[in-house]
Design a protein around this ligand. Structure first.
Ligand code: 0X9
Ligand code: ZN
Length: 411
């Protein structure tokens, strides 16, 4: 009997621990003045409010999630400030339920989102299946002691390398899924363009740069973004603000409770520190870096600290334009390309800025994948394959254009 009681208690606790988002809403706001943008920043560490798309500049949409008990306050503040808004998502929990089916296929596929264990097992399976082409790599480790696992794919010796990172933000589930889709296609596609791209490169592919966070989105809070290291009364740094290049100099916060917490120092999180060491060890092996995020449908390049058009801006813009043109061909999905600070907002300490600023890699891109906010982080699983297809189309075009322009450049 006591065993049953203990089991029920544990089960009860486990169920109770999973955050629910019944009647939580996402509003889209369009600030029309600079002072409205500034005031909106105050919601950043305000209980019951959470940005899905942070405020940046006048006229640029902001997506704000509001807890049900904060709705009266929200309506009152918006009324006072005169900020136009509309409901974008009525009930978060309904969408969460739709992205986490109760029954899931046992085998690895692209019709549902997968847990970290399933993804890691698939990496191991691919390593066994393509023994002479795929090698498993533990690139780094996490605060909770997990591995940051990836693969190196190589079809022949001395190919130039491309690095792909997914899942640095835990709740952006479409990014590990798209990373895995790309990996599978590189290995098995019969498309001649994909084969040419695949076989002319070495690939360093890491579907989850933030495994603790990803696991936490499955077990406890679907909308978790950061790492899981305790910082005082709050948890986690934003691992896309923790890299050691112009660290915490804009678009990042010193407040551990903020979603864009930069950490206590550059590389204060083991995830970024250990991956930076791995990246250093393969510095001479790769010439391009791709970081996958969601959402907004953007293809961005450094830098995030300034809107100035530095270094090879024109080239990156031209390559970006070709890529998003190719992406649109398949399903009509529209992207915008440009540098980070102009296209989304000022942000510092991100991976791609570090790769360009410190490793001096000229090709360094961040995707913000689907969608434009209808589902946001809760993109329905039936969009995994189309997202994967169009993203791969864009990569084919990106590296064709890069090649035309003389990349990889041998120094
Ligand atoms: O804020 C971010 O880190 C990214 N947006 S997200 O909604 N996925 O969180 C934007 C990253 C832009 N890229 C860099 N700052 N490098
Ligand atoms: Zn992100």
């Amino acid at each position: 009997m006591w065993k049953i009681i203990v089991l029920c208690t544990i089960l009860g606790l486990a169920i109770a621990e999973k955050a629910r988002f019944n009647n939580y809403k996402v509003f889209r706001l369009i600030p029309t003045t600079k002072s409205q943008v500034e005031i909106l920043h105050e919601f950043e560490v305000s209980d019951g409010f959470s940005f899905w798309e942070a405020p940046s500049f006048v006229g640029k949409n902001v997506d704000l999630m509001v807890a049900p008990h904060k709705l009266p306050e929200f309506y009152e503040i918006m009324g006072q400030l005169g900020i136009p808004y509309q409901v974008h998502i009525e009930d978060i929990q309904t969408l969460i339920d739709e992205t986490t089916p109760l029954t899931r296929s046992k085998s690895f596929d692209f019709t549902s989102y997968h847990t970290l264990d399933e993804i890691y097992k698939n990496l191991d399976d691919l390593t066994a299946q393509y023994a002479n082409k795929v090698q498993t790599i533990v690139g780094g480790k996490t605060y909770e002691g997990r591995e940051i696992k990836g693969v190196k794919v190589s079809f022949k010796k001395n190919n130039p390398g491309i690095f792909i990172e997914g899942g640095i933000h835990a709740r952006e589930w479409i990014t590990p899924a798209t990373t895995m889709y790309i990996l599978h296609q590189l290995l098995a596609s019969n498309d001649s363009d994909v084969r040419a791209l695949a076989e002319s490169h070495d690939w360093y592919i890491f579907p989850s740069f933030n495994p603790d966070g990803y696991v936490y989105t499955h077990t406890t809070n679907r909308l978790w973004r950061k790492t899981r290291k305790p910082y005082g009364i709050c948890y986690g740094s934003d691992p896309n603000r923790n890299w050691d290049y112009r660290w915490n100099t804009g678009g990042a916060s010193s407040n551990p409770c903020s979603e864009t917490h930069a950490g206590s120092a550059p590389f204060s999180d083991i995830e970024t520190k250990s991956m930076s060491e791995y990246l250093k060890s393969i510095d001479d092996k790769f010439y391009a870096y791709i970081s996958l995020h969601s959402y907004s449908q953007l293809l961005m390049f450094p830098y995030g600290h300034t809107t100035d058009h530095l270094e090879n801006y024109d080239e990156l813009y031209a390559i970006g334009s070709k890529s998003i043109e190719a992406l649109k061909q398949r399903y009509g999905t529209e992207y915008v390309t440009g540098n980070i600070a102009e296209t989304i907002y000022v942000a510092t300490g991100s991976t791609v800025d570090y790769i360009k600023g410190v490793h001096k890699k000229s090709l360094s891109y961040t995707y913000e994948l689907r969608d434009q906010g209808r589902y946001g982080f809760l993109l329905p699983p039936k969009q995994i394959i189309p997202t994967g297809e169009e993203t791969l189309d864009s990569l084919v075009a990106m590296f064709k254009e890069a090649k035309k322009r003389g990349h990889p450049k041998r120094i």
